[in-house]
Design a protein around this ligand. Structure first.
Ligand code: ZN
Length: 104
């Protein structure tokens, strides 16, 4: 336990920078329930929306049965059922953070 321990949100931001992870993967890495991860993500999205140096990326869920993509979905949680074919084989959305500084 160091004195510079990061908050859960700082840890999530660090884990997501430069990669894509599902909330399930984040929950395992952080050792916290997935719904807590989603709650933190909601706040991270809001704070990064005001941060010109970083962009929050969302790779949407899609249906593994008919390939329907949930592109208009704004909530972060995984949909339970496909509206087109009613399959429940929905992939988890994945999240990432890209630094948008003046690099490449
Ligand atoms: Zn479907």
């Amino acid at each position: 336990m160091g004195s510079l321990e990061q908050t859960p949100r700082q840890r999530i931001i660090a884990l997501l920078t430069g990669t894509l992870l599902s909330s399930h993967q984040l929950a395992q890495l952080l050792g916290m329930p997935e719904r807590h991860v989603e709650d933190h993500l909601t706040h991270i999205v809001k704070s990064l929306a005001r941060d010109p140096a970083r962009t929050f990326l969302l790779e949407p869920s899609d249906c593994q049965n008919c390939a329907y993509a949930f592109r208009d979905r704004t909530r972060l949680t995984r949909p339970s059922r496909c509206p087109r074919c009613r399959s429940e084989a929905i992939t988890s959305p994945r999240y990432g953070i890209r630094n948008t500084d003046t690099g490449a």
